[in-house]
Design a protein around this ligand. Sequence first.
Ligand SMILES: *[C@@H]1O[C@H](CO)[C@@H](O)[C@H](O)[C@H]1NC(C)=O
Ligand SMILES: [Ca+2]
Length: 325
Amino acid sequence: MHVVYMIFIISLGFCLSDDGHEMEEFLKREYSLSKPYQGIGVSGSSHWELMGDSIVTADQVRLTPDVQSKQGAVWSRIPCNLKDWELQVHFKIHGQGKKNLNGDGLAVWYTKERMQKGPVFGNKDFFTGLGVFIDTYPNEEKHIERIFPYVLATVGNGTIGYDHERDGRPTELGGCNAMVRNLKHDTFLFIRYVRRRLTVMIDIDGQHEWRDCLDIPGVRLPLGYYFGASALTGDLSDNHDLISMKLYQLTVLRSKQEEEEEEEEVTIPSVDNMELLRNYYEAEGMSGIAIFFTVLFSMLGLFLLIVVGLVVYGHWNESKRKRFY
Ligand SMILES: *[C@@H]1O[C@H](CO)[C@@H](O)[C@H](O)[C@H]1NC(C)=O
Ligand SMILES: [Ca+2]
């Protein structure tokens, strides 16, 4: 098993270094949402549609207010047929709740379904497509390896449920910690999908620098899905504000081999080597505290064995001596 992990990690590293491709980007207004949010929620001709408790103000689309049991969303009306894209989400999460007494979080979507209420950050469960979650409340008590707020990505194929009690861990593709609440400066989430590679980055320190969150090759997403964002509050709450979502089309040069590999049309979202990925994260999850205790107890065990051994040897020696005298 370890050999397999090693090979997997090496191949990951290999893919990371093969990014010498030139890219150009164009802002696509029809898939973007930005001030002054003309016509959203009022006009049927707007490219975006509001749902649930979300409201539009001059400065933001407020998906939920800092009030219990709210859910809201905003969805694009136009399916996206771009192969390679980059989504820059400017958001703000803030509220009265003290540390870990706020929730539940915000999600950004690229899915087949749209405008359906539900338990996954205000969207339906068993979704088909990509969800990137900013989970601000740790539901799972044992969350040693994850520090909240936590950003994670999940690809659903319509049959996989989201495990709320475990903060989506069973279906996590990867993630990172992100202290995003109640900040004075602007906070951004960045999702790039290029040549079936999914990259998520965050800019939350006010330094105008993207920080890596996850980077996974072999993510197969169909064309023609919808972009959206949603948020949910429960017993705990926060204002979940969307300031803008800007979608850029990327033009990427592909090698002949890549073109051939991608020729086959994707109809169901999936992730290559999902099993390996999951095992890899579980194995990695073992590191840190688990390994520390394993080593500690092994050493204590060994120490005990040595002590017992010495005592037994001492007794044996003594009884031997007694026989001589
Ligand atoms: C969806 O994913 C699950 C788990 O990977 C798999 O068992 C199932 O066959 C997939 N469903 C479809 C329709 O591909
Ligand atoms: Ca949670």
